[in-house]
Design a protein around this ligand. Sequence first.
Ligand code: NDP
Length: 444
Amino acid sequence: MQYIQAVLADLKQNHPNEPEFHQAAEEILLSLAPVVMQHPEYEAAALLERFVEPERVVMFRVPWVDDAGKVRVNRGYRVQFNSAIGPYKGGLRFHPSVNLSVLKFLGLEQVLKNSLTGLPIGGGKGGSDFDLKGKSDGEVMRFCQSFMTELFRHIGQDTDVPAGDIGVGGREIGYLFGQYKRLQNEHTGVLTGRGLSYGGSLVRTEATGYGLIYILEEAMRRRGEGLQGKRVVISGAGNVAIYACEKAQALGAKVVAMYDSDGFIYDKEGIRLEVVKEIKEGRRGRIKEYAERVAGAEYHTGCRGIWGIPCDVALPCATQNELDEASAKLLVQGGVKYVAEGANMPTTPKAIEVLQGSGVVFLPAKAANAGGVATSALEMAQSGMRLYWSFEEVDARLKKIMAEIYRNIEDAASRYGKAGDLALGANIAGFEKVASAMLAQGIV
Ligand code: NDP
């Protein structure tokens, strides 16, 4: 439709050389055509133009000193995308691939994801091109302190509440929080994913992976199926992948493969997660070691081959665009029936077409991995009340939220005559609430 095409053309002109941002905006806006057609007031209020333009982008220098005494400089960012339904909320990513394009794509996705949780949180994303590989604890701490020395003035528990993402785990959140507290002289819920001894929530570590399995379980339940005995392939070996594996195994699935950025392991007897955890959590080793330690397991260099392993369920949990058209075809040949995205935008548009065209149930990231941010919002609620809920209580709330997200996205797809198209349903259900809040607040 003409209005959407015009908005996309403007976006490409105003944000040139940002392919990931263009890809995400195109996927979202084109899918919203049926909604936009029913709401002429959106165009009159330039709602889509405002929806794809971040409210604020902060970009800053992060100088720090390495162990050899050499001064290093990285670049830090915070994209405060949309605060229509609550304070900006979204992770910080530390990875050499971080740039404005990646953060805007993640920020835009986050706006819809946060809306889908049903909780009062807007969307944002941030990070740095800092590479953690090979850095000592002291170097990571000094980097985090320098990063926060600029970021602190832009965030706050009612303004913007960052969390972790790739490269930002418990250690980094601790250093970031320590510096915030020192600069601001406040112990508030300004970051989520905090340690349990200083305001964190139980289940936050497990939340994205567990949530992914809860929504998958709901999708399967509604089709008269369950995870018991299903073969599962998971890409990644980080936080999301590990806890998706843990919950899938607890529900009786057999996880046979995982990867890190160097290569994948295949264990036909079922992955021994305690070995993966020992390698990847804490000491950040290479997944290759698994095959050296577990008899019968195979290691293959390179990641793509993982998608050729026959499975019922595939869970891409590493990074964007890791599952392309050729990989999707391999999965279909191997009999896959469900693909649920643990990572953000791991499946390319062409791959989604292949999967959906072959009748595979496709659960998009903004719904499927919303468990992490939903639990972050539960952490904010606990911080606000100065109390802690038990593991069981947070876990039960997470499970309920994921089941509700599933029902909402299924319902939105059906309302627009596209029953079963859960990617479309997620965009629509997430957008409807943001659009209504934006319209109610006038031209801001
Ligand atoms: P981690 O840093 O803990 O793990 C990422 C994993 O993916 C690592 O095993 C890493 O390999 C691998 N990986 C990274 N880049 C590549 C690549 N280019 N090719 C192959 N493998 C790669 O991150 P998370 O598990 O936290 O996040 C994974 C994804 O999930 C991201 O897209 C993130 O945005 C998304 N997400 C995370 C949430 C959370 O709560 N953590 C919440 C919602 C979404 P290696 O070990 O070699 O570095």
